[in-house]
Design a protein around this ligand. Structure first.
Ligand code: UD1
Length: 346
């Protein structure tokens, strides 16, 4: 029988790509999402790619009663992958309670639901934001956790602790937190991808929206950092590689291959890339110049970070396989497809 996976936030960016990889590996997938930052049409994209339309419930999991009644009705989840969360750093600074309430209540409801309905496995969507600006690069899972630079970042750190404590207290729950570096790109079919609401905060959607003419120019936030070209460095990884890591984490949990009942993995390409190098990548793959100018630094940005991924390589058997150019090209293909075929469709 197929293992049944509940994917919260499954119509979102990383959730939808993970749903595709799960279905293609033979899992049964149920998505819950409140559609506050995603579109129902994403289900069509998933179906067009896989030939399977995932089961779907529109729900905010902060509503414990609704969540529990769904878990009671379905009864047969083997694992949960928890993506559903607010994710804008600047918004979290403006409205911290919105972030703490939503991102932590939803997780606590899920964990309580797992205990009540004996769902044994959870994979959590965490972030390299928990490392802040590390003193030593690359960062391993043992690098020190730093005070969070934003309420959003803090919810990731606290959520990891809540899961870890819940695993200790439970007789059967096991968990894995995946600390993503910077996910970019889209499915190779261009049928699903990132859908930022309004003006994007993140670099790659801003680049592709500038490339297609929705934004007049990309502001490069600072070129006076202590990096080879002066612009900040990040570890950008293809969202499909990231999605595959979730399938491997689920597989590890379901087949009892963990070293500990709660584990943490860094997921990145293991290589730092600057903002100017990202622009060059876009220009290479799109064959067009990108209008950009140097601007002041963005408050709260760190200078450089990239991952040591050896733990994921050896323990999960995972490695990022796709290049930066592949990822940027897929984001560009998706931007063009979306503007031509999907945007504006009701
Ligand atoms: C941000 C969040 C991080 C979150 C991640 C999700 C902050 C401080 N951190 O990371 O917590 O997990 O998104 O992917 O916001 N840049 C420009 N011009 C732009 C946009 C970005 O130059 O218009 C630069 C930024 O200065 C940065 C790099 O591009 O150096 C990447 O930025 P972004 O995509 O926002 O990701 P992070 O800041 O790394």
């Amino acid at each position: 029988m197929k293992h049944h996976i509940l994917v919260t936030g499954g119509t979102g960016y990383i959730g939808s790509h993970t749903a595709v990889e799960l279905i293609e590996e033979g899992f049964r997938v149920t998505i819950i999402d409140d559609l506050s930052n995603s579109e129902i049409g994403v289900l069509e994209g998933i179906e067009a790619i896989t030939g399977v339309r995932p089961e779907f419930e529109k729900m905010n999991i902060c509503d414990q009663e609704k969540l529990f009644s769904m878990l009671r009705e379905k009864q047969d989840f083997d694992a949960i992958i928890h993506f559903a969360a607010h994710k804008s750093v600047p918004e979290s600074v403006q409205q911290p309670l919105k972030y703490y309430r939503n991102n932590l209540t939803s997780l606590m409801n899920l964990l309580a639901g797992m205990e009540k309905h004996r769902i044994p496995c959870i994979v959590f969507s965490s972030s390299c934001t928990v490392y802040g600006q590390p003193d030593v690069l690359p960062v391993t899972e043992k690098s020190p956790i730093q005070p969070a630079a934003s309420p959003y970042g803090n919810t990731k750190r606290i959520a990891e602790e809540i899961i870890s404590d819940s695993v200790v207290a439970s007789s059967f729950i096991k968990g894995i937190s995946l600390r993503y570096f910077n996910p970019i790109g889209a499915h190779q079919s261009a049928l699903i991808g990132e859908l930022p609401l309004g003006v994007p905060d993140n670099l790659v959607p801003y680049i592709t929206q500038t490339g297609i003419g929705i934004r007049p120019l990309l502001r490069v936030f600072g070129n006076d950092y202590n990096t080879p070209d002066g612009t900040p460095i990040r570890d950008y990884l293809h969202v499909v590689d990231l999605a595959r890591a979730h399938v491997m984490a689920i597989d590890r949990l379901l087949n009892d291959r963990q070293k500990k009942r709660y584990e943490v993995f860094n997921l990145g390409i293991g290589k730092g890339v600057s903002v100017l190098e990202m622009i060059q990548s876009f220009e290479r793959v799109s064959g067009q110049k990108l209008n950009h100018e140097i601007h002041d630094r963005r408050p709260g940005d760190i200078e450089k970070i990239w991952a040591d991924t050896s733990y994921a390589n050896t323990e999960l058997g995972w490695r990022a396989e796709r290049s930066i150019d592949d990822a940027v090209l897929s984001a560009w293909n998706w931007e063009q497809y979306y503007r031509k075929h999907i945007s504006g469709r009701s």
